[in-house]
Write a protein that binds this ligand. Structure first.
Ligand code: SAH
Ligand code: SF4
Ligand code: F3S
Length: 453
């Protein structure tokens, strides 16, 4: 993939503007913001919307085949003038960079830099090299070192992500994350409180704590007592100016009692839990190496509902895992019927290179997966719609996140993470970051309409 348009930069010219395009999970979004902050510090500025950037960072995801292959078409579009008029300098970051760094360098000469998710604090040095014409790859995993080398937070937004835990030791047999992100690590308590303070100073009213297994976070508080995620949440809730706290993604096997209790005790902790289950069948769960059963998962959700009766539940599902029978798939449908999720994410199994499931017998044909996904999604959509319908007539607070497409229209989130929109009337003044009280008047499949009261 050699550039076929004129390059934006002359040889040895430093880029002045940049754009970071993040794909995949929220942790990638967080990393994308942090790379932006590094580039800001280096004197670059974000390219204005719709204008060419001198440097484009593709922050990639390796979780499923489709996501991973996308990077080659994105590079092609950038170099052929389809995304912007002139070909930019290109950096590939994220989980595809980690998994396939060498291959990218060989296959795409237009790429100047390949940098993994644990090494991007070194991006500024790599950029100096790239300007001198030296292509550079860095897929080291120094993990915690990265955070210490990043500049202070300054992004202005009412909602902010804060990565507290990284990596995964669970090795579910289908998943690449333990290989692309490395072993589980927890960032130290005081660093996190410091970063949360900075985010609040910059205008954040809602903080979402992130981790591949966020509830595996463990540390010592400011007086040296061992604490888990619930302790961290309770400490962040005490900071002035935090209105809302969320966390994602949790694993059923790392759930501590105190986190469940916190849902009934910490006002700012929102009534929402994303807890992936993947399958409702115990044989499949075992083959996936999930180390929980459908029953233990359901009992866990019951305890959350006891602590916080209005809690909205969300999950992840994989259909068509190798060897999954029709009857085993139907166990997943039954589990969905029992839980009644407010929203959920469902995927066709995608064999990933290097994972044990990719070489298991009995990989299922595409048609079977398509059919199962469609049947699962019908039920999940039904339940999401029912959840939204049940909110109509209620009053709730929403955090205003941005303007809608129509004049006077605003968008935000209800406590249950449901998207809500409302129209500003006559004398009302509304600003991004406000928490407004709304009466919910009409529900759609994906959002709810509210009226200011
Ligand atoms: N750590 C989180 C989620 C990580 S990836 C957890 O364990 O819950 C997000 C979701 O992608 C997973 O929950 C799973 O549903 C899906 N996923 C991961 N690997 C996949 C694969 N090989 N094929 C299809 N879906 C996959
Ligand atoms: Fe992947 Fe399983 Fe780890 Fe989640 S818990 S990141 S699905 S290996
Ligand atoms: Fe994708 Fe990596 Fe996140 S593979 S889902 S970007 S951890």
């Amino acid at each position: 993939m050699k550039p076929t348009t004129d390059p934006r930069l002359a040889p040895n010219e430093s880029p002045k503007t940049y754009r970071v395009k993040s794909f995949g999970c929220q942790m990638n979004v967080y990393d994308g913001e942090r790379m932006g902050e590094l580039l800001d510090e280096k004197g670059l500025t974000p390219a204005p919307e719709g204008e060419d950037a001198d440097l484009v960072v593709l922050n990639t995801c390796h979780i499923r085949e489709k996501a991973a292959e996308k990077i080659y078409s994105d590079i092609g579009r950038l170099t052929k003038g389809k995304t912007q008029k002139k070909a930019p300098m290109i950096a590939v970051a994220g989980c595809v960079a980690q998994a396939e760094g060498e291959e990218i360098m060989a296959r795409a000469p237009a790429v100047s830099m390949v940098v993994g998710p644990q090494a991007y604090h070194r991006l500024p040095d790599m950029l100096d090299k790239a300007v001198r014409g030296e292509r550079a790859t860095d897929t080291d995993m120094p993990a915690i070192a990265k955070f210490g080398a990043l500049p202070a937070r300054k992004r202005r937004s009412p909602t902010a992500f804060l990565t507290v835990q990284e990596g995964c030791d669970k090795f579910c047999t289908y998943c690449v994350v333990p290989y692309t992100r490395g072993a589980e690590i927890s960032r130290p308590f005081n660093d996190l409180i410091g970063e949360a303070r900075k985010l609040i100073e910059a205008g954040a009213r809602e903080i979402t704590l992130l981790g591949q297994n966020v509830n595996a976070w463990a540390g010592e508080d400011d007086v040296g007592r061992p604490v888990g995620l619930a302790g961290l949440i309770r400490a962040i809730a005490k900071l002035d100016g935090v209105e809302r706290i969320r966390y994602t993604t949790s694993h059923p096997n790392d759930m501590e009692d105190d986190l469940i209790a916190a849902h009934g005790e910490v006002d700012q902790l929102m009534p929402y839990l994303h807890l992936p289950v993947q399958s409702g069948n115990d044989r499949v769960l075992k083959a996936m190496n999930r180390a929980h059963t459908a029953e233990s998962y359901l009992r866990l959700l019951e305890r959350f509902r006891e602590a916080r009766p209005d809690i909205a539940l969300s999950g992840d599902f994989i259909v068509g895992f190798p060897g999954e029978t029709e009857a085993e798939f139907e166990d997943t449908l039954s589990l969905v019927d029992e839980v009644r999720y407010s929203q959920a994410f469902s995927f066709k199994y995608s064999p990933r290179p290097g994972t044990p499931a990719a070489t298991m017998d009995n990989q299922l044909p595409r048609e079977v997966m398509d059919d199962r996904l469609q049947r699962l999604q019908e039920r999940l959509n039904r339940d999401q719609r029912a959840f939204n319908d049940a909110l109509v007539g209620k009053t709730c607070d929403i955090l205003v996140e941005r303007k809608g497409k129509l004049p006077g229209q605003w968008l935000g989130k209800a406590p249950w993470l449901t998207s809500v929109w409302f129209a500003q009337e006559g004398g009302d003044t509304v600003e991004i970051g406000d928490i407004v009280s709304l009466k919910l008047v009409d529900a759609g499949p994906n959002s709810i309409e509210g009226r200011l009261i």
